[in-house]
Structures are given as structure tokens and as C-alpha cells.
Design a protein around this ligand. Structure first.
Ligand code: 0A1
Ligand code: ZN
Length: 880
């Protein structure tokens, strides 16, 4: 067993905390390398907990003094070890603990606890960072009211922020120091504590809630970046209004502050009243941010804001319940984006993300249930499964219960659990009670890992005018779950008649069909529809109503029909994807054996029709014209994957489409050009997406005209979306044009780290053997730093996750490079290293030579002494 083998934590072992803390008074005095934290805890025995020792977590902090009820605690009355502090016989009544600790924010490279980012003090406490600030029962079921006094030198930190409302500020006479006192009246777990201090600029606004309360809003950023905050601020106001309208939830404090920092392990953090963001998800201007960046900013601002009710007012009892706040909040941010943008396009994007990340996770060694039952390192469970599949479970619940039932359940949940730390059982009980439905079977979705496969087979009996639809479900084993039970799968459907008309409420005696919804609950089920005028084509899993892999067994003709006729936009898109996937799977097999594939002209015609259909939303047309990715095809194959063959197939198909649709694509390109000033709204973004998709296909032909068009596109761009689309298309083929554009881009943005991240990513994802030596070189570029998570993800993360042919080089050099970086980063920032390492998660599905090379690197990492707990956990599970 490795030295850093952490103990397994199990859901079944949960016990309530023996002591509660009702009030925390913190006094934090800041110096760059010496911060003093005085903490006064008002504690008492938990009436619902066992008795005994009082354990307070603590990690990498120095205990300076400890008093109980004002008296220094004798050394014999407590124990101090690597994990924390144990008070061996605490009083059997309420008591006050005074604890003072010393920490060094500048030495904190893990970015957990209190650290400095570009001279700004900031904290990150989820999941277990508060214990790196002071000794505390650092678990989400201990909720306290916090009052925080911050003191610092005025020159060092003119701005002092914490959770809640500001109650006092002042100068320390006779010094250059000042202080601020913040009070948060809402009881919260320690992971929602935050403190920020530094020389920051800000932009401000106000929001009036539905009940007429005025809230002061502000976004704090490094000085000089204030002019890039407006979009985030407007997005915040849209989010606040939407939560009132869609869920009846108002904001509850007098202030809402957001801070953007440049060193952050994740996207953002929902600390009560003081959200802390990775600056990548706040800062935007037309010259520096793409349409995708704008959409991400809007979604993440919304996500963190929505946590105020789903996460903060109602939090999680323990970390196994993470999906209680994350799945639900992702669902809420997806619904927000659907309402303020285009619903079908949003859904297509969300499903693409789900399949690219969660389906891949579910198919490999890191698969786990939406609510895991064991973990060694909770940081490794902020996953696509907990977040994205967790959101799909909420969506299914809504589909099963209907809009009214879902809203009634949510209302009951807010009402009953406000101010508490809840569980998935508590949550589901609200929906069961509000609707009278039994959710016992549905709950299995939370326990059972893996992506179910649903196979549909239809049979039409013309004489009897009867259509039989047989649905079967199965699920492959995942780690620790060798056998699977059938799930309750909501399949939204329609039967489409020969003329494209939907057959309204087709007659069936099946008790599992309700209007347009089939509830599949058994391994196999045949539904008989009667009185059909002709042979229907089924449109199944509309809007992707369940996170399953559907094999609808439709013929090529039927798929072409659905692509043309289905009223469900999602399924029209899905039909084209299914056709394209078939073509690419077939083509890669041919490329692997040196054969030439060919292309069904009806597929090209189908795309042509969509490309030209001016009645369709341009963003939707862009999605239809965007072929499945290399990782989509790898996932479809599932075994003996040869990334080069997949890549060749994609190049071949894109090139051929660029040629065959050349006229239409050029037409789109010229029609959608505009002289209007850039606007990030969804409609304008959709037009740019379609135009850039057309350009990318034209460039894929490799002919001189195509390349010249892209070069012009790059140079004439007046916004980052177009400039990046041009740069991406140019750099797919190394050569002078690509190098010139890269040099030009660097010169334009050399002082802007967030924009240079795009430059790193573009070079990291060039699908040719020149990529790796260039990336190695870029790690030495002064603009690159292994200490900054955004830089590491932009260069190394993008290489590992977005450059299949070069990461999976047959000589193993791609794996070796990433493994070396993982080992180097692990010493300073284990969370970042572990995340990077999860890029190896599909290694077992590769063809044998690559599989062996990837495994060798995983074993090399596993054998390293002193590996962090985070990385040990990922490497061991990957190899199991
Ligand atoms: N709760 C945050 C995600 C988050 C988790 C852990 C962190 O630690 C570094 C930071 C952020 C969210 O869902 O947005
Ligand atoms: Zn979240």
C-alpha cells in the first residue's frame, strides 16, 4: 500500500457531529507571509450527537494559543496531530473556545485555505480548506453565524471583504493599518466562509428584489480590468431576476460581491454573499473574449448566484450529498441559459458536454455513482458525473412529475429545509410528498453508476394497423458494481407519420405510456400502438430525456427522414449526428486498413438542406454542420481505439463536405458577414457560429482559396470570436501562414495572460507531430507558469484532452510529457495535478501498443514517493 493511501470514507459510517458551533468570531490580521487568526467558537454538545472528544480539523497551521472559557487549556487536555486538534474531555454544557493560529499565505501553493494571488489575499474553503485557516469541525453539517474582523496595512490591502453585510470599518490609530467587520446573519458551514483583501478596483450597481429591497452589487478585480466586468454584472442581474420568476427565490443580504482572482483551481465559488471567481469567468470584452467565453461567464455567474438557495440556504449534510447542491444548481443554470438564449441550441450544447465528459467518465475506471458511497479524497469528486449527470437526474425528475409537480416539490424543499444541511433522501421525500409519487425506483439513479443502453426495435403490422415498439435496457459493470438493476427511464417520444405529421396520442393499452412519455422500468418492454394509418417512424428520447445511450435501430432512410421532419429540434440534430457517427466509424476502419471510404450523397444533401434553410436558427444550423468530435467516435468504438485512424476519417469527411457544399458554404459566409459592431447576444453569436463553421469546412478542403479566405478572416476580424476561429483553422496545418498568424496573435496580446491562454491552447491542439516539441518549448515561455492553474490547463490540459493524435502518440512521448508535468505540479498543487492526470482515464480502450505505453506512465506515477493523496487516489483507481 502506498504511503499516501488515505483511509476510505464511507457514507454508511456517517454520524452526527458530537459538538455544534453556533457562533464564530474571527479576527484575521494579514501580512503577506504571516497571518494571525484568532477564532472564538461558541460551542455546545449536540443534543442529537454522541458524547466524547471534540475533534477540530487543522492542516498546515501553527497553533499559537488555546483557551477554554477564558482559561488556557492544559497540554494534558488536548492532542495535536497532523490532522487536527482533539479536546479530550470537553464540558457537558455550552463553552467558548479561543484558538489562535499562524499561517503563511504566500507559501500556500495549493490554493486551498488562505493564499495570495497576484498580491491579493483570498480564500478557498470548499471542500476542506477552512481547516487550513483555523482549527474547526470542518464538515458541512456544522452551521454557524460568522462575524469576521479583518485587519491589514492600508497600502497592502485597501479593500477588505468577507461574507454578509459590512458592519464597521476604521483605522488603527498610530499605524498605517485599518480594519473592517463583516457579519453574516445566515448560519453556514465553514466551506462557505470567504475573505478577500487587496488593492482591487471595482464596478458597482444595484438590484431591487421582487419585494422591493435594494441590494448593492459589486465586482472586484485587479486594477485596470474594471472595464471588462460589465457583461458579468448584467448577467448577475438577469440571474437574480430569473430566480425570482422561475423558482420564487429572492436574494437575502444587503450586498452581493464578486471577486475575480487570477489563481484559482476551479471555475468559481459560491461563498455566501462573496462569490470568488477565476477571472477567466468574469472578464470579457469583444477584443478579448469569444462568444463561448461570454456564454460561459453568463452560465457560471448564474450558477454561483443560484447556489445562494441551492447550496447555501440549504446545504449538504456531508460530502456524499454533493450532487444535492451541484446537480440541482447545474440544472438551474442550464434552465436559465435556455430561457435567456435558445432552448434547443442550449440543450444540444449541454448534451455534447455530457457525452464528451460524463459518458467517458462512466465508461472508464473512474466511474462512480452520482452520489458516491465511498471516497478517499473528496476533491476528486467534483466530477462530470456529480455535476452534469446530477443535473440530468433533476431534469428526469421534472419530466416524470411534470412542471407543476416539480415546482411543488421544490417549494416544499425550500420551505422545509431552509437553514439546514440536507440529504438526497430529504430532497426526494419532498417530491414524493408534494406529488404522491413513489420515487423509490427513481432513487436508484443516485446509487448506480454507468450509462444505461436502451435498444428500441419497431415492427409494423400493416394489416392490423399496429405498431409494436420493444424497448430493452442494460448497463455494463462499473468499478465495484458488477451487476446492474434496471432503472426508471423517462423516454419522451412521438410517432411520426409518413408525411411528417405527428400522430397525436397514439392509442395504446400500455400502463407505462402517458401522453408523450414512456416510463421504461423493466429490462424489456413491448408497447403496442393501435389504429395507425401507416408505418410510423419513432422519434425517441426527445430533448435527450434521459442520460442513456440509445440505439433506435433506425435505417439510414429513417434517420434522414427524422433529420428532415422531426418537430423536435434536438432529435433532428441527433439524427444527423447518428448518421455522421456511422459514416466516421466506418471510415476510420477503412483508414486503419489503408482502404478508401466513400460517402452517401444523401447525407450531403441532408446537410445542404439544413445549411440553406433560412427559417432555422443559425446557431442550430451551426450545430448540425458540426460533426461528431474525435472523442465522440472513440467513445462509440469503445475498444482498440486508433486515434490516428479516427483523425484521418474526420479530416476526410470535413474536407469532402467543404468541397461538395462549397457553393452553399461560401454563400453563408458572405451573407452573414456584417459591418455592425460586435454584440455578444445569442442571436449575433449564432450567426457568427454558422459563418465560422462554414469557414472551417471551407478551410478543411486545403485548397488555396479556402486558406486565403481564412487568412483574410483572421486579419480582418474585429472581435475575438472571429479571430480565434481564423487562427484555429489556419493552425490545423503547420506552415508559414500558421506561424505568421501565431506570431501576430502573440504580439497583439502579449500583455494579457487570459488571451495568451488561447494562444497556448491553439498550439497545444495542433494535430500533427510538430505539436509536442512546440509545447515542450512553450513551457519555457515567460508567459507560461506551472504555478497558475489557468496556464497549465490552457497548455497541458488542452493537449491531453483536446489533441487525441498527439497525446496518444504511438511512441508514448505524449503520455510521458503529461506524466512529467503531473509529477512536477503535484508537489505544489495536488488538486490541479490530479485533474490533469484524469486525462488518462480512457487508457484501457486504446489499441494494445498505446494502451501499454499509457499504462507504463501511470505505473511510473504510482511508484513515485511522496505523491499527494489527490494524485494517489486517481492513479490507483485508474489502474484498478
Ligand atoms: N462549488 C463550486 C466548485 C468548487 C469546488 C471546489 C473548489 O475548490 C478549489 C472550488 C470551487 C461550484 O460548483 O461552482
Ligand atoms: Zn456549483
Amino acid at each position: 500500500m502506498a504511503k499516501n493511501q488515505a483511509p476510505v470514507i464511507r457514507l454508511e459510517d456517517y454520524t452526527p457531529p458530537p459538538y455544534l458551533v453556533d457562533r464564530v468570531d474571527l479576527d484575521v490580521r494579514l501580512e503577506p507571509d504571516d497571518a494571525r487568526v484568532a477564532s472564538r467558537l461558541h460551542a455546545r454538545p449536540n443534543p442529537d450527537g454522541g458524547r466524547g472528544e471534540f475533534f477540530l480539523d487543522g492542516e498546515d497551521i501553527e497553533l499559537v494559543s488555546l483557551e477554554l472559557d477564558g482559561v488556557p487549556l492544559p497540554r494534558s487536555d488536548y492532542r495535536l496531530d497532523d490532522d487536527g486538534l482533539t479536546i479530550t474531555s470537553p464540558p457537558d454544557r455550552a463553552f467558548v473556545l479561543d484558538i489562535s493560529t499562524r499561517i503563511d499565505p504566500s507559501a500556500n501553493t495549493q490554493l486551498m485555505g488562505l493564499y495570495r494571488s497576484n498580491g491579493v489575499y483570498c480564500t478557498q474553503c470548499e471542500a476542506e480548506g477552512f481547516r487550513r485557516i483555523t482549527f474547526f469541525p470542518d464538515r458541512p453539517d456544522v452551521l454557524a453565524v460568522y462575524t469576521v474582523r479583518i485587519e491589514a496595512r492600508k497600502s497592502d490591502a485597501p479593500i477588505l471583504l468577507s461574507n454578509g453585510n459590512l458592519v464597521e470599518t476604521g483605522d488603527i490609530p498610530g499605524s498605517d493599518r485599518h480594519f473592517a467587520v463583516w457579519h453574516d446573519p445566515f448560519p453556514k458551514p465553514s466551506y462557505l466562509f470567504a475573505l478577500v483583501a487587496g488593492d482591487l478596483g471595482h464596478v458597482a450597481d444595484t438590484f431591487t428584489t421582487a419585494s422591493g429591497r435594494e441590494v448593492a452589487l459589486a465586482i472586484y478585480v485587479e486594477r485596470g480590468k474594471e472595464d471588462r466586468c460589465d457583461y458579468a454584472l448584467q448577467a448577475l442581474k438577469r440571474s437574480m431576476r430569473w430566480d425570482e420568476e422561475a423558482f420564487g427565490r429572492e436574494y437575502d443580504l444587503d450586498v452581493f460581491n464578486i471577486v475575480a482572482v487570477s489563481d484559482f483551481n476551479m471555475g468559481a465559488m459560491e461563498n455566501k454573499g462573496l462569490n470568488v471567481f477565476n477571472d477567466k469567468y468574469v472578464l470579457a470584452s469583444p477584443e478579448t473574449a469569444t462568444d463561448t467565453d461570454y456564454a460561459n461567464i453568463e452560465a457560471i455567474i448564474a450558477h454561483e448566484y443560484f447556489h445562494n438557495w441551492t447550496g447555501n440556504r440549504i446545504t449538504c449534510r456531508d460530502w456524499f450529498q454533493l450532487c444535492l447542491k451541484e446537480g440541482l444548481t447545474v440544472f438551474r443554470d442550464q434552465e436559465f441559459s435556455s430561457d435567456v438564449r435558445s432552448r434547443p441550441v442550449e440543450r444540444i450544447g449541454d448534451v455534447r458536454t455530457l457525452k464528451a465528459h460524463q459518458f467517458v467518465e462512466d465508461a472508464g475506471p473512474l466511474a462512480h455513482p452520482v452520489r458516491p458511497e465511498t471516497y478517499r479524497e473528496i476533491n476528486n469528486f467534483y466530477t462530470a458525473t456529480v455535476y452534469e449527470k446530477g443535473a440530468e437526474l433533476i431534469r428526469m425528475l421534472k419530466t416524470l412529475l411534470g412542471d407543476g409537480g416539480f415546482r411543488a416539490g421544490m417549494d416544499l424543499y425550500f420551505d422545509r429545509h431552509d437553514g439546514t444541511a440536507a440529504t438526497i433522501e430529504d430532497f426526494l421525500a419532498c417530491f414524493a410528498e408534494a406529488t404522491g409519487r413513489d420515487l423509490t425506483h427513481f432513487k436508484l439513479w443516485y446509487r448506480q453508476a454507468g450509462t444505461p443502453e436502451v435498444t428500441a426495435t419497431g415492427r409494423y403490422d400493416a394489416a392490423a394497423k399496429r405498431y409494436e415498439l420493444t424497448l430493452e435496457q442494460s448497463c455494463r459493470p462499473t468499478p465495484g458494481q458488477p451487476t446492474k438493476e434496471p432503472l426508471q427511464i423517462p423516454i419522451v417520444f412521438a410517432l411520426i407519420g409518413p408525411g411528417g405529421e405527428e400522430i397525436e396520442a397514439p392509442r395504446t393499452a400500455s400502463p407505462n405510456v402517458n401522453g408523450n412519455l414512456i416510463e421504461l422500468a423493466s429490462p424489456r418492454e413491448t408497447i403496442v400502438f393501435e389504429d395507425l394509418p401507416g408505418k410510423p417512424v419513432p422519434s425517441l428520447l426527445r430533448g435527450f430525456s434521459a442520460p442513456v445511450k440509445l440505439n433506435a435501430n433506425l435505417s439510414g432512410d429513417d434517420l434522414l427522414f427524422v433529420a428532415r421532419e422531426d418537430r423536435d429540434a434536438f432529435n433532428r440534430w441527433q439524427a444527423v449526428q447518428t448518421l455522421a457517427t456511422g459514416i466516421l466509424v466506418d471510415a476510420q476502419a477503412k483508414f486503419a486498413t489503408g482502404d478508401r471510404p466513400d460517402l452517401d450523397p444523401r447525407f450531403v444533401d441532408s446537410l445542404r438542406r439544413t445549411a440553406q434553410d433560412g427559417d432555422l436558427d443559425p446557431a442550430f444550423r451551426a450545430q448540425v454542420l458540426t460533426l461528431p468530435s474525435e472523442s465522440d467516435i472513440a467513445r462509440e468504438l469503445g475498444r482498440d481505439v486508433d486515434p490516428d485512424a479516427i483523425h484521418d476519417a474526420g479530416e476526410w469527411l470535413r474536407g469532402l463536405l467543404g468541397t461538395r457544399l462549397g457553393g452553399e458554404l461560401r454563400d453563408i459566409y458572405s451573407r452573414l458577414g456584417t459591418n455592425e459592431p460586435y454584440s455578444p447576444d445569442a442571436e449575433s453569436a449564432g450567426r457568427r457560429a454558422l459563418r465560422n463553421t462554414a469557414m472551417t469546412l471551407l478551410a478543411a478542403t486545403g485548397d488555396g482559396d479556402g486558406i486565403a479566405l481564412v487568412e483574410r478572416h483572421y486579419r480582418n476580424a474585429d472581435n475575438m470570436t472571429d479571430r480565434m476561429a481564423g487562427l484555429a483553422a489556419l493552425t490545423r496545418r503547420p506552415g508559414a501562414a500558421a506561424d505568421d498568424a501565431l506570431a501576430d496573435f502573440f504580439e497583439r496580446y502579449r500583455t494579457d495572460p487570459l488571451v495568451l491562454d488561447k494562444w497556448f491552447t491553439i498550439q497545444a491542439t495542433v494535430p500533427t507531430p510538430e505539436a509536442l516539441p512546440r509545447i515542450v518549448d512553450l513551457t519555457k515561455n515567460p508567459a507560461f507558469s506551472l504555478a497558475n492553474p489557468n496556464r497549465v490547463r490552457a497548455l497541458v490540459g488542452a493537449f491531453a484532452a483536446g489533441n487525441a493524435t498527439q497525446f496518444n502518440r504511438p511512441d508514448g512521448a505524449g503520455y510521458r510529457f503529461v506524466a512529467d508535468i503531473v509529477l512536477a505540479v503535484d508537489r505544489a498543487n495536488p488538486q490541479l495535478a490530479a485533474r490533469l492526470l484524469s486525462a488518462f482515464r480512457s487508457w484501457r480502450s486504446l489499441e494494445p501498443a498505446r494502451r501499454a505505453a499509457a499504462e507504463a506512465e501511470l505505473r511510473r506515477i504510482a511508484a513515485r514517493d511522496g505523491l499527494s493523496r489527490d494524485t494517489t487516489d486517481i492513479v490507483q483507481r485508474s489502474l484498478e
